[in-house]
Design a binder for this molecule. Structure first.
Ligand code: AP5
Length: 226
């Protein structure tokens, strides 16, 4: 494989952000998380942030046309020439078609889509206990991954907060949006033989090991095919 163009797919709270931190260390590839990009835009009060804020607070997806260009620019950048990790994008069929068209225009294609699979009940447990670092978005969980000092980020000491969209009623709505708009992408990518299912219910280090094994197998298969 000459380049690694990866997508992390999965319901809210499945551990995409948690696994991305490990993947970035392993692969040294640029990481584009649309949730982080949009939250930063809201914080900075940019036009993108002002458009996105009300959708995000309700747990709705922002309109496709708002987000597609944001990712298109990044994929087309010099830093992404050897590959990238997308987290939270694509999330709808039009977004998937847009990223595929953009890559085709660049003479490239997605390498794999890693689906991190967990049940709705597990999502509710995880997001109910999530605490997020206010400055840099580092993620903790009161039970499964508690910070060393309550209320403070282990990595940069910032305050740990509950995301606005981690309120119980919003979590349920985000799950509905996932099943309705994002889950159809499982079949979309499976039909293209890009989908790799990862059991997201194991502990974070075990999930990371399964992802590493999956990527290693893909590389072997690609090398054998040459
Ligand atoms: P976004 O930020 O992408 O939210 P999400 O997909 O709902 O994902 P999360 O960040 O909630 O969860 P995660 O899977 O990263 O899990 P995490 O690792 O934190 O999007 C937010 C909003 O932005 C959307 O609702 C939408 O409005 C908008 N948006 C973003 N992208 C968009 C797009 N493409 N189109 C339109 N709108 C878009 O883990 C969760 C918790 O579980 C943590 O506490 C963690 O410590 C814990 N945990 C993780 N792994 C494990 C494990 N294996 N075992 C036990 N606990 C674990």
């Amino acid at each position: 494989m000459t380049e690694l163009n990866l997508v992390l797919l999965g319901p809210p709270g499945s551990g995409k952000g948690t696994q991305s931190e490990r993947l970035q260390e392993d692969l040294q590839l640029p990481y584009y998380a649309t949730g982080d990009i949009l939250r930063a835009a809201v914080k900075e009060g940019t036009a993108l942030g002002r458009t996105a804020q009300e959708y995000m607070e309700r747990g709705d997806l922002v309109p496709d046309e708002v987000i597609v260009g944001v990712i298109g620019e990044r994929i087309d950048s010099e830093e992404a020439a050897d590959g990238f990790i997308l987290d939270g994008f694509p999330r709808t069929t039009p977004q998937a078609e847009a990223v595929e068209a953009k890559l085709e225009e660049l003479g490239r294609a997605l390498t794999a889509v890693l689906l991190i699979d967990v049940s709705d009940d597990e999502v509710v447990r995880r997001l109910g206990g999530r605490r997020t670092c206010a400055e840099n978005g580092h993620v903790f969980h009161v039970e499964f991954n508690p910070p060393k000092q309550e209320g403070a980020c282990d990595l940069d000491g910032s305050e740990l907060v509950i995301r606005d969209d981690d309120k119980p009623e919003v979590i349920r709505h985000r799950l509905d949006q996932y099943h309705d708009k994002t889950e159809p992408l499982v079949g979309h990518f499976d039909r293209q033989s890009l989908l790799r299912r990862i059991d997201g219910t194991a502990a974070p280090d075990q999930v990371a090991d399964e992802i590493r094994r999956t990527l290693a197998t893909m590389k072997l298969e690609a090398d054998e095919a040459i």
